[in-house]
Design a protein around this ligand. Structure first.
Ligand SMILES: Cc1ncc(COP(=O)(O)O)c(C=O)c1O
Ligand SMILES: N[C@@H](CCCC[NH3+])C(=O)O
Length: 444
């Protein structure tokens, strides 16, 4: 499948992967280091599979994104998309660096507040928010609710009135623009479930202004995820600018434009999405409209900050000559390869192994599905029973998408900050997996 996640035929070397990732270095003695800390030490002490996050990477990326947005010359708030990595430590760190939150559930609302993010710095997105979630958001006083349909508009108006609140809202518009990303994560095409049809947006906005309990302030859009070029953004924002100007010409007040998230990273050989290019697209299309602007990045901030450590359980030779390296991480830990055929770099932690000759191998997990495959036929250094590997760029849509399929406990999480590392989540106790199950007495 040709898309921005799978990369048939390409296979960067260990040296190429390391050269593009400033938080990783190979040390001849200690092996792979993240921010100067030995990953073999972490794997040995915490066990595998285990997620490791670089606090420094999160910080420096947030700082670069903020600096890029300042070039626009208008107020731009950054609402981190909590869904990418919802760990309280991540949310707290990004809050310290000035981020608010983009949330999509009541659970994410509670997390964001618990991490100290002010309710006024939270935007609530999502195509199907329940009444309870909307009421919780109204009760907390979230800064903005992005409404995705006429139906939701009416529901929110009624709920706000019932609770004696006024909801500050934008209408999320579906601009029918191709984000040129994987089909499962594109959100701005007319056929997708997201947002209000472009053609209906102005009339609905005018209607929203008449509804009690609502304070419509403008529009939002989000065209998809893992977008690595500025062109789809420009196309979407150009359409939004047309809509904003048209609404204003009709006498409607529009002061806010939330430009969504989606900035992509380099998993393989693709060029990483550039915050400066995103800022350029926003400035070119919307910068002259005197708007309060916002963005909702997730993956770009968190993806390169994390890796997944794993150990080879055994190497199974195969008649084809290509061995299966069966590792102790699986699709229940990192779902992206099985879900989207996504490509993730895989590097041995041992400098000796990493420097050895490469040969084609399959890297798979132990789960009972053939889809539990991290890579097929990739040229990799020789991996043996007990070899340890880092699976790269797993900081976003990694731990958050884990499940306990095959009764596999959720893996531990570690954060490296300033040369020291902390366990930020213990490996789940196996008993936790059935603690809440109730066996009817007739069955005992
Ligand atoms: C409404 C909304 N905002 C922001 C994001 C964050 O996307 P990304 O992690 O690609 O930046 C998403 C997910 O695609 C989303 O649905
Ligand atoms: N889960 C997807 C991204 C989804 C974006 C959510 N709006 C991925 O891993 O690439």
């Amino acid at each position: 499948m040709a898309d921005s996640l799978s990369h048939a035929g390409t296979s960067p070397s260990v040296a190429d992967l390391l050269a593009a990732r400033p938080n990783l270095k190979m040390d001849g003695v200690s092996g792979l280091l993240m921010d100067g800390v030995s990953l073999s030490t972490i794997a040995g002490k915490v066990g595998t599979p285990c997620w490791v996050l670089s606090a420094n990477t999160l910080r420096t990326r947030m700082q670069r994104l903020s600096a890029a947005m300042q070039q626009i010359g208008s107020e731009v708030s950054i609402h981190y998309a909590v869904k990418a990595n919802d760990h309280l430590a991540v949310l707290s760190l990004l809050r310290q660096e000035g981020a608010g939150a983009d949330i999509v559930s009541g659970g994410e609302l509670t997390r964001a507040l618990k991490a100290g993010i002010k309710a006024s710095d939270i935007v609530f997105s999502g195509v199907g928010k329940t009444d309870a979630e909307l009421e919780a958001a109204l009760g907390a006083g979230v800064g903005q609710i992005n409404v995705e349909s006429k139906e939701e508009l009416e529901i929110l108006s009624a709920l706000a009135r019932k609770n004696g609140k006024t909801a500050t809202i934008t209408l999320r518009v579906n601009p029918d623009v191709d984000a040129r990303t994987h089909a499962k994560i594109t959100t701005g095409l007319a056929a997708n479930k997201f947002g209000i049809a472009f053609e209906e947006a102005q009339a609905l906005y005018a209607h929203a202004l008449t509804l009690p309990g609502l304070a419509p302030v403008g529009f939002s859009t989000h065209i998809g995820s893992q977008i690595t070029s500025a062109a789809p953004y420009r196309a979407a924002y150009a359409r939004m600018a047309t809509l904003i100007q048209s609404a204003r010409s009709a006498g409607l007040d529009v002061s806010v434009m939330d430009c969504g998230g989606g900035l992509g990273i380099s998993y393989c050989t693709e060029t990483e999405g550039q915050p400066e290019a995103l800022a350029g697209a926003i400035k070119a299309e919307l910068g002259h409209l005197n708007l309060k602007l916002a963005i909702e990045p997730g993956r770009w901030l968190a993806g390169p900050a994390g890796i997944l450590l794993s150990t080879v359980i055994l190497r199974k030779e195969h008649a084809s000559g290509v061995p299966f390296c069966i590792i102790d991480a699986a699709m229940n830990d990192l779902a992206r390869p099985s879900m989207y055929d996504a490509w993730h770099g895989i590097i041995p932690l041992s400098a000796h192994e990493a420097a050895g000759p490469v040969a084609p191998a399959h890297v798979v997990g132990p789960v009972c599905e053939s889809g539990d495959t991290f890579t097929r036929d990739r040229d990799l250094p020789s991996l043996q029973r007990g070899s340890r590997v880092a699976i790269l760029d797993a900081g976003a849509y990694g731990a958050v998408m884990s499940s306990t399929y095959n009764t596999r406990p959720l893996a531990a999480e570690v954060m490296i900050d300033n040369g020291t590392w902390h366990i930020i989540r213990e490996r789940q106790e196996t008993e936790e997996l059935w603690r809440h199950e109730i066996v009817p007495s007739a069955l005992t």
